[in-house]
Design a protein around this ligand. Structure first.
Ligand code: HXC
Length: 258
């Protein structure tokens, strides 16, 4: 498989997918999430693959949805094209074990993508956050729902309302990540864990992850639907345009509360 925005490495039963737009801190544009969906579709069918690792090239896992691509969307673009639901969430329905190896920034949609995986291994340079409020929107790919389940209401609320980032130590303390390892060891460690998982019975591993997810996902669907409707509607506000334009213009936003 060759992709424009992903690097694929196969190491025995482990597939490593590297998000590869390092100049844009691996911002998740439509091309990238479509390619990621395609790669995961292939690995789900491929009997030689027992576990997938997702990581990022350069200094980010992913710094969020691509603001430059997203900023011009209207409400009808977002709602009509089923933004996010259409091609963003494949990691959350992937039937084989999938690990996020977070090497740097995991912000906005990047943090949401990491949380869609079965668990997160973080490097000591990882930074997590849901900074969407600075852009005049809120998380739209599960951030308000999944982060709250991972770290509890108080920390999730503070992070979503202020947009502040969490470092790796805080992320481990609060249960967002399973473990923190030195940056230089992250990929090897993720591959070793993935190999261990791939050496187990494949169907038992699949059933085990289904069962853990059942404990975690019950009632998530309603929360996600609620979040998605609100997120789409934000593309009808002036503050969304101002927030995203200000980012691209490299200036502070001036919100008009409209
Ligand atoms: C598009 C992005 C980007 C993004 C970074 N870049 N994040 N482009 N979308 N989300 C680009 C920058 O414009 C810049 O390009 C290059 O990557 C390097 O970024 P810098 O800002 O110069 O780096 P630095 O000063 O180190 O700051 C790093 C950073 C900052 C703190 C991560 O880039 C940042 O705040 N990024 C935005 C994070 C964010 O708001 N994420 C949430 C997005 S909304 P140029 O061309 O100038 O060199 C979202 C909604 C999800 O994710 C809902 C589901 C879809």
């Amino acid at each position: 498989m060759t992709y424009e925005t992903l690097l694929i490495e196969i190491d025995g039963p482990v597939a490593v997918i590297t998000l590869n737009r390092p100049d844009a801190l691996n911002a998740l544009n439509d091309k990238l999430v479509t390619e990621l969906t395609d790669a995961l579709n292939g690995f789900e069918k491929d009997a030689s693959i027992g576990c997938v690792v997702v990581t990022g090239a350069g200094r980010a896992f992913a710094a969020g949805a691509d603001i430059k691509e997203m900023r011009v969307q209207s409400y009808m673009d977002a709602y009509g094209n089923d933004f996010i639901t259409r091609n963003w969430e494949r990691a959350s329905t992937f039937r084989k074990p999938i690990i996020a190896a977070v090497n740097g920034f995991a912000l906005g949609g990047g943090c949401e993508l990491a949380m869609m995986c079965d668990f997160i291994l973080a490097s000591d340079a990882a930074k997590f956050g849901q900074p969407e409020i600075n852009l005049g929107v809120m998380p739209g790919a599960g951030g308000t729902q999944r982060l709250t389940r991972f770290v509890g209401k108080s920390k999730a609320m503070e992070m979503c309302l202020t947009g502040r980032m969490m470092d790796a130590a805080e992320a481990e303390r609060s249960g967002l990540v399973s473990r923190v390892v030195p940056a230089a060891d992250l990929l090897n460690e993720a591959k070793a864990v993935a190999k261990k998982i791939a050496s187990q019975s494949r169907p038992i591993a699949m059933m085990t992850k289904e069962s853990v997810n059942a404990a975690y996902e019950t009632m998530l669907r309603q929360g996600m639907m609620f979040e998605r409707r609100l997120f789409h509607s934000m593309f009808a506000t002036n503050d969304q345009k101002e927030g995203m334009n200000a980012f691209v213009d490299k200036r502070p936003p001036k919100f008009s509360n409209s």
